[in-house]
Write a protein that binds this ligand. Structure first.
Ligand code: AMP
Length: 356
């Protein structure tokens, strides 16, 4: 492996809190970060050495950015792939663009998981009002309608119940191409978070049990209950097959439902993930540090738990206003993302609690 020397520049596409936490981890290892993002109030840029504020289709700006960087990565899985082709010769990009192609399209993603031996909810593609009728007739109800692209935190989704008026759901997803998925009855949700190095070495963090509220992650906790731990080996085997098939470098997160029939793959995030934020204090090496180590060709760090039990709670919207009370509990590690204005449903920060 060709390790990148401290003092080198890491380019991060995307300017949100994931980029911010990556930049902090990179700085600790002596690297400079250059953030590329379309928004001028990027919370990642606030903690980085350099910032280019430009759109993801601005090829000249992308080119100048890539020339300044020794390696490139992204913190947002919806970065458009086509413009990245023009900078492919400037600096290595990890994870590979193939991972973006797969993660950006819900059907490609589910087909890929199945090809690697995974199980998914039954699903069908919806392109218009007629295919919506057919899909719901095939899959049955309840079903979930999700836009094929650009969905996150439960946005662009509609729950279809028996005898619902499908016209209303079709309008709710703005008549965009969709996937219709069978509703999975699960006991728990969990994620496999792994890091794959440039030499193919794979390490896993403990598997968090994730609780969502209104489609948004509320808490992640380790160790997970036995129903999750029992399904961990199968889920990890799928995630590692997927990572190896993509020739993946960096942190990869795969989300699963724990069911009576074993783990059902829901989706993957080709990046550090909210369900891994607990690793900053709760693991020997965090997901952010190991992502930086992987993309820079450094040896990977120990992913073991640093406490007996770790709980991460997201601070959504006005939750973050309680920062003073939160810090009054000396078990709490508070992370605020510097977003200023809180809005309903906006991730403003998180708390991690360690138990020994
Ligand atoms: P997603 O955007 O696919 O991660 O979905 C957001 C959340 O909606 C998931 O974390 C689940 O809580 C729920 N959800 C998504 N798809 C399904 C499904 N097929 N069956 C049951 N619940 C689902």
């Amino acid at each position: 492996m060709n390790a990148l020397k401290p003092g080198s520049t890491i380019g991060i596409l995307g300017g949100g809190q994931l980029g911010r936490m990556l930049a902090v981890a990179a700085a600790q290892l002596g690297y400079r970060c250059h953030i590329y993002a379309p928004e001028n109030n990027s919370v990642a840029a606030e903690v980085a050495a350099q910032f280019t504020c430009a759109g993801f289709h601005a090829v000249e700006a992308l080119d100048a950015f890539a020339k300044d960087c020794d390696v490139l990565t992204f913190e947002w899985e919806n970065v458009p792939v086509e413009p990245l082709k023009s900078i492919a010769d400037q600096a290595a990009l990890h994870p590979p663009t193939n991972a973006l192609n797969i993660a950006q399209h819900r059907i490609t993603e589910k087909n890929f998981a199945q090809e690697q031996g995974g199980r998914t909810a039954p699903f069908a593609e919806v392109t218009d009002r007629t295919t919506l009728d057919n899909a719901i007739a095939d899959i049955g109800t309840p079903a979930i309608l999700k836009t094929l692209r650009m969905g996150y935190d439960g946005k662009g989704q509609a729950l279809v119940k028996p005898n619902d008026n499908l016209d209303l759901h079709w309008d709710a997803v703005e008549q965009q191409p969709c996937i219709a998925e069978g509703f999975v009855t699960f006991s728990h949700e969990f994620s496999v978070i792994l890091v794959r190095g440039q030499n193919g070495d794979i390490r896993y963090w403990d598997t968090p049990h994730n609780v969502h509220q209104g489609g948004i992650l509320a808490t992640s906790a380790v160790p997970a209950p036995s129903q999750v731990v029992d399904q961990q080996a199968e889920a990890r085997a799928l995630a590692s097959k997927m990572a190896t098939a993509m020739d993946y470098v960096g942190v990869l997160t795969c989300e699963f439902f724990a069911t009576d029939d074993g783990p059902i793959f829901n989706e993957m995030a080709p990046r550090v993930h909210n369900s891994g934020h607990w690793t900053i204090e709760g693991a020997i090496t965090s997901q952010f540090e190991n992502h930086i180590r992987a993309i820079c060709g450094l040896p990977l760090g120990d992913t073991s738990l640093a406490a007996e039990r770790v709980e991460m709670t997201n601070l959504i919207g006005e939750d973050a206003n309680q920062w003073n009370e939160i810090l009054a509990d000396d078990k709490n590690h508070l992370h605020l993302y510097g977003k200023g204005q809180s809005r309903a449903g906006r991730k403003m920060g998180h708390i991690t609690k360690l138990f020994f």
